[in-house]
Design a protein around this ligand. Structure first.
Ligand code: MN
Ligand code: MN
Length: 306
């Protein structure tokens, strides 16, 4: 189990670092997510969830759809969030890059460029503070308190309704929720817990809300269906993605064409699948995110996505 976490961690770290260097003006989000997902498989792991690429005021849960024309612009605050697993043991990591490119100075003024860099530093340093706090017996809101202090010291707010989470075999969001502020959750973490810690920093209010874009889903349960096509779609989901999230893009490769859209909406309506809407900052301010996965130890933790 520990070896599996280590191997998954090495794989996502290498891919995160390689993919970060690709992020620049003109790169298609589609090409970025496909690169990441293909590399996970090439390196001998499985994809734990669709690669998320969330830009500017989008916090999380955006992934490309088939033929998605979205292109990265110079100056974009690009959050790359990826996960891989070995035998269900998941490594989850994220980084924020301000996309370089010739148009950077045309697209953003100097102050905004500086602010973006500070946003990146704030979430990264917030994560460092969290990692320095983690050890057996620490409460979850103590971790959040330390993150919040750092992010506030930059003059920014943490996103308070997006949390880190514990990881268990084939379970991306198991019981524990790791806040980025001092909330009411004084539950304690224990040696052996595996956590993905992911502070988000913003110069906005610090809340995210749903957008209408939904490209990531998770299987919930079998439901009776009359339409053969929708029945087949649900069978494919259950067979291939019974426990971990999947993307519209993956399914669209198996079921080409627009008919899939109606089927997916019906599966949401009857509670067969859960939709993860892309999330945006409520006041449309930009957001940074940094994430590592750690194993809690008696006197600290081991970061296995370094
Ligand atoms: Mn993540
Ligand atoms: Mn995560």
């Amino acid at each position: 189990m520990i070896e599996d976490y280590h191997k998954a961690g090495e794989i996502v770290s290498k891919i995160r670092d390689d993919a970060s260097k690709m992020i620049k003006e003109g790169l298609l989000v589609l090409d970025l997510v496909e690169y990441v997902e293909n590399e996970i498989k090439n390196m001998g792991a499985e994809i734990a969830f669709p690669c998320n690429v969330s830009i500017n005021e989008i916090a999380a849960h955006y992934t490309a759809y088939l033929n998605d024309p979205t292109e990265i612009q110079a100056g974009d605050l690009v959050k790359l969030d990826l996960g891989a697993h070995i035998n269900g043991y998941i490594a989850d990591t994220a980084i924020t890059i301000m996309a370089p490119g010739d148009s950077l100075e045309d697209n953003l003024d100097e102050d905004t460029i500086e602010k973006n860099q500070k946003l990146i530093d704030a979430s990264a340093e917030g994560l460092d503070a969290a990692i320095a706090t983690v050890r057996d017996g620490v409460s979850l809101n103590k971790i959040g308190e330390e993150v919040e202090k750092v992010i506030n010291s930059y003059g920014f707010n943490p996103i308070v309704n997006l949390h880190g989470h514990s990881l268990e075999q084939y379970n991306l969001h198991s019981g524990l929720s790791v806040p980025s502020n001092k909330d009411k959750n004084n539950q304690k973490i224990r040696e052996g817990d595996v956590l993905a810690i992911e502070p988000f920093a913003t110069d906005g209010l610090g809340f995210v809300t749903d957008t209408p874009d939904i490209y990531i889903f998770r299987f919930l349960k079998e439901r009776p269906l009359r339409v053969l096509y929708t029945k087949k779609v649900l069978k494919t989901i259950k067979t291939n993605y019974s426990s971990l999230p999947f993307s519209y893009r993956w399914l669209n490769k198996i079921y080409p064409g627009a008919r899939l859209f109606a089927a997916i909406n019906q599966l949401i309506d009857i509670g067969a699948i859960y939709p993860y809407a892309a999330l945006k900052e409520k006041t449309n301010k930009w957001i940074s995110q940094t994430e590592h996965s750690v194993i809690v130890e008696k006197d600290g933790c081991e970061v296995f996505t370094k």
